[in-house]
Design a protein around this ligand. Structure first.
Ligand SMILES: [Zn+2]
Ligand SMILES: [Zn+2]
Ligand SMILES: [Zn+2]
Length: 496
């Protein structure tokens, strides 16, 4: 009797060697169910793909270049199969506890293809501080299970792997059996995969009647795909900073907004997925920057239409997100606000204080609809101008304009304070170090390094209390209206 789940979950839950809990028992997946109508009737790869060496996207091997970042360097073709019927046998060991069920990491990754049969962009909006929202329909999304990362020893032993960063699965698309390589060189003991398959060692594990008999086992990925709706929030960021900083910011903002969307539209967890894309580099008119995309995926075939409403009400979604994040006793992420089983891969990256300024700005005004013809890069112009001038956001650039207009030329991006390990504690947006004046612009901005709001607050206080004290100014968008008076106050600070 088959147990059925949605395919994009199934290819992770039922991957070869996985433990499955069903009907009050534990089962172990031992191969493919050849009788299943859901398995491909061919031993030819159903989706042959490549890994982009620049941005990491998995995309169709026939494409001349990466559909996301346009990198065209060649890469190895990798086989994947739409396996969907798996065979499991009873595993009689007792079930220990609930925790154990979650011990297996979900290794299925999501790769939106930026293309697909009938794919088109059906909506564009500008939100918050000049960011783009982009809605596409019939976009092919690939869910790919490449298995675990091989250990150094496994790589050395020469066992077949999919690529250096993923083992893939040694399963035969013809007979459905798990395979063992002929000579697991220098590896002591028998491979675990061989357990319970005595007598087949000479066949690599193939069934006696398998047409693949005699062929060396090949490692493959397991995949499924769907043409669906994808809503993206596109964030241009400066180049050359640590990708981990962007990832932490991006996954935190994305999962925060996902919660906000679910609450606002009362959706179940399975009705919408989030995927962080990037960063990838863009070179536009000799200016290099990087792009992040927060992709919200409606996995129902053809889309159910609510991502369009999500886009139109993005400011209300942001408002709801802020409400949800407002909870006591948590200064990074907990199971009440951001952590969940489905995002455990990102738990170390989640920290909500860094996304509050961005959410504040997204909540401040309704999205503005834009013509569809606008290019995919939207108009990141104000952000790029800011990065060119060495500041972190269009808002900071506006303050810089105001300062310069009135003859005030503070230094930009000034590291302040030193931790015991010699690292910088804080980077002021503007400063006049001689006069111990530090200026922070409160708003969404992208600078080098970690700028979690809470930490910054603490350090600003520390600067005020140091001897001699720093004058710390914290400015918001509304302070721009003070114009010349603000500059006079700032240039007068510290003057006797
Ligand atoms: Zn790419
Ligand atoms: Zn076989
Ligand atoms: Zn929390």
């Amino acid at each position: 009797d088959p147990i059925s789940v949605t395919r994009r979950f199934g290819i992770g839950q039922f991957q070869p060697d996985a433990h499955v809990y069903a009907r009050r028992r534990r089962w172990k997946v031992i191969g493919l169910d050849n009788a299943s109508p859901w398995n491909p009737r061919s031993d030819v790869s159903t989706w042959t793909y490549r890994r982009c060496s620049s941005c990491g996207l998995r995309y169709h091997a026939q494409e001349p270049r990466c559909p996301r970042c346009r990198d065209s360097r060649p890469g190895q073709s990798l086989p994947s199969f739409d396996f969907a019927g798996f065979l499991a046998k009873k595993d009689e060991r007792p079930i220990l506890d609930e925790e154990e069920r979650y011990a297996v990491r979900n290794v299925v990754k999501v790769y939106p293809q930026w293309s697909g049969e009938g794919h088109r962009v059906t909506g564009r909006w500008t939100v918050g501080p000049g960011w783009a929202l982009r809605l596409s329909q019939n976009e092919e999304v690939r869910w790919v299970n490449e298995g675990l990362q091989p250990t150094v020893n496994e790589l050395r032993s020469g066992i077949p792997v999919l690529h250096r960063e993923a083992k893939g699965y040694l399963v035969c698309p013809s007979c459905g059996r798990m395979l063992t390589p002929a000579q697991p060189a220098q590896v002591q003991g028998r491979g675990r995969r061989n357990a319970g398959r005595q007598g087949n060692q000479n066949n690599n594990g193939h069934a006696d009647t398998c047409p693949q008999l005699g062929n060396a086992p090949q490692s493959v990925a397991i995949t499924t795909s769907s043409n669906v709706e994808v809503l993206r929030l596109m964030l241009p960021v400066p180049r050359g900073t640590q990708p981990e900083t962007w990832k932490s910011f991006g996954v935190t903002l994305g999962f925060s907004l996902l919660n906000g969307i679910r609450h606002h539209f009362m959706l179940d967890a399975a009705e919408l997925d989030f995927e962080f894309e990037g960063p990838w580099e863009i070179n536009e008119q000799n200016f290099r920057y990087e792009m992040l995309s927060l992709a919200f995926i409606d996995p129902s075939l053809g889309g159910s239409g609510y991502l369009h409403r999500v886009a139109q009400l993005f400011h209300m979604v942001a408002e709801r997100t802020l409400e949800h994040l407002d909870h006591p006793g948590c200064d990074s992420a907990c199971y009440r606000c951001l952590k969940a089983y489905h995002n455990q891969r990102y738990h170390d990256d989640l920290s909500w204080p860094q996304v509050i300024p961005a959410l504040d700005e997204l909540a401040a005004a309704a999205p503005v609809e834009r013509p569809l013809e606008t290019g995919d890069l939207d108009d990141p112009g104000p952000w790029l101008d800011a990065y060119r001038r060495g500041v972190g956001s269009p808002l900071e650039a506006q303050f810089l304009d105001l300062f310069e207009e009135h003859g005030f030329h503070p230094s930009k991006q000034v590291p302040l304070g030193t931790a015991s390990d010699g690292s910088t504690l804080s980077v002021a947006d503007f400063a006049v170090p001689d006069r111990r004046l530090a200026i922070y612009i409160d708003g969404a901005a992208f600078h080098d390094g970690d700028r979690s709001r809470r930490r910054d607050r603490f350090i600003r206080q520390h600067l005020r209390n140091s001897a001699p004290p720093w004058q710390v100014e914290e400015l918001r968008a509304s302070d721009l209206h003070q114009g010349r008076a603000l500059v006079e106050r700032l240039t007068g600070v510290g003057a006797e």
